[in-house]
Design a protein around this ligand. Structure first.
Ligand code: 2HG
Ligand code: ZN
Length: 466
């Protein structure tokens, strides 16, 4: 039986009908959580609107009854932004998933917020273009969630974050009002750009219902090289050596522990027989006949300097995909250990200092735990996952890791870095927001939320407490 106020339940039933107002336990569990596994899902109901007008109607009804809303996309988030554990009403955008326009003159695509990221990538590719924001969860994440979290991913060094690709947004605010922001324009200097306020807002200002995305030419025949590195300091030396010669599409790294777990649990081959403490994965375009010679010259230089121990260069699209799996399968592989996730960043120039400070803290506080290093280090973003030992409870593990997070976040704050580079704040990072944002900034954020959502029904308790 739904815990929604009865009049709200009846109104939603007449708006949507039985098949689009779900209250059965398995739907509540399914739609009530994201890939974060630290709180039990407990929404009061799930609604599946099919039109913008229905979303507006649902928001107005929820507001009338003072019922909190959690917007829900593909729920692949890792900070609990889409968790509904306090009897909220989940608005799942799954059915608003049509691509309404692919415009090759504008090089743009317009679609419902529930469209799967990979479907957008495919539609762009079908007309010879590319939507270049990509990550391991693109097969199930939805564009509305990508925009609400300003998703990053594996090619940020070349293409930037989701923000760079959004040229239009339709958003329903906490009052049920529909805002049409920027209309796909390339140029529009008419005051404050509310579109950019919505990007990365994690559902606390409104619900994204439609997006217009810019597309670009696809990269030419991307190739992948995986390098074995002897130590942490080699990671940035190798990046510099390559970037001085070619424009990279991606520069990722992972530790031997990450590789060992992925190889074992995904049944993959090691890139080469040599075992090294760290590995770098680089992607670049096959931009001309000399590129292989160029690459091999840089590899040789890195080997002479002692920064690279072994290397493998993809010879086919299939081999490039296989090498990418060594990096992209890490997060899913680690999920069985209920890892405590750090998603932290500094400017690229500060990464060497950042890595050595984090390394010292980790060695001091976690001598007995498995710590997995990986991330998009070419853009300054490290994913540090601490694995939970089987004999420690989730709660105890969380408390211990949070204490260590404070030490890590202090180091990050003193470097001017971020405590959440790409996964957002959600529930998991809100206690630490002050390490990255000033009190004045958070006060302004609260004020802005109150303007868009005067009754605090939009994803309350996420990002900050009201
Ligand atoms: C990745 O880069 C994702 O693989 C997930 O952002 C990172 O699970 C993580 O910590
Ligand atoms: Zn990532």
């Amino acid at each position: 039986m739904s815990q929604l106020p009865e009049p709200l339940y009846q109104s939603l039933m007449s708006l949507l009908g039985e098949s689009r107002l779900l209250t059965d336990p398995s739907s509540l569990e399914h739609y009530g959580r994201d890939w974060t596994r630290f709180a039990a899902p407990a929404p009061s109901a799930v609604v599946l609107p099919e039109t913008v007008a229905e979303v507006q109607g649902i928001v107005r009804l929820a507001r009338e009854h003072g019922t909190a809303i959690v917007p829900s996309g593909g729920r692949t988030g890792l900070s609990g932004g889409a968790m509904a554990s306090k009897g909220e009403l989940v608005i799942a955008l799954d059915r608003m998933n049509s691509i309404t326009e692919v415009n090759t003159i504008n090089r743009s695509l317009t679609c419902g917020a529930g469209t799967i990221t990979a479907t957008i990538q495919q539609a762009a590719s079908d007309v010879g273009l590319c939507y270049p924001v990509d990550f391991a969860s693109s097969g199930s994440s939805q564009i509305g969630g990508n925009i609400a979290t300003n998703a990053g991913g594996i090619q940020v060094i070349r293409y930037g974050m989701t923000r760079n690709w959004v040229s239009g947004l339709k958003v329903v605010t906490g009052t049920g009002e529909l805002l049409e922001l920027n209309n796909g324009l390339m140029k529009n200097n008419t005051g404050l750009d509310l579109r950019h306020l919505m990007i990365g807002s994690e559902g606390i200002l409104g619900i994204i219902v439609e997006a217009t995305l810019q597309l670009t030419a696809p990269p030419k025949d991307p190739q992948v090289i995986v390098l074995g590195l002897p130590d942490m300091s080699a990671i940035m030396s190798v990046l510099q050596a390559f970037q001085s010669k070619i424009d990279l599409l991606a520069y990722e790294f992972f530790s031997e522990l990450a590789l060992a777990k992925v190889v074992e649990h995904q049944g993959l081959q090691r890139p080469f027989s040599e075992v090294t403490p760290f590995y770098a994965l680089l992607e670049f375009e096959h931009a001309g006949p000399d590129i292989d010679d160029h690459i091999m010259a840089v590899v040789e230089h890195c080997m002479t300097e002692g920064w690279v121990v072994d290397a493998v260069l993809s010879q086919s699209v299939a081999q490039a995909k296989g090498l990418w799996r060594l990096r992209e399968d890490i997060s899913e592989t680690l999920s069985r250990w209920t890892p405590y996730k750090n998603d932290i960043s500094t400017t690229i120039a500060k990464v060497p200092q950042f890595l050595s400070e984090v390394d010292a803290i980790v060695a001091r506080h976690y001598p007995d735990l498995e710590v997995v290093w990986y991330g998009h280090i070419g853009d300054g973003n490290l994913h540090l996952n601490i694995l939970k030992p089987d004999d420690v409870s989730v709660d105890e593990f969380q408390v211990r890791c949070k204490t260590v997070s404070k030490a890590i976040f202090e180091a990050i704050a003193s470097l001017g870095g971020s405590i959440s580079a790409e996964h957002g704040v959600g529930l998991l990072k809100k206690d630490f927001l002050g390490y990255s944002r000033s009190e004045a900034e958070v006060a302004l954020m609260r004020g802005i939320k109150a303007l868009f959502d005067p009754d605090n029904i939009m994803n309350p308790g996420k990002v900050f407490d009201s």
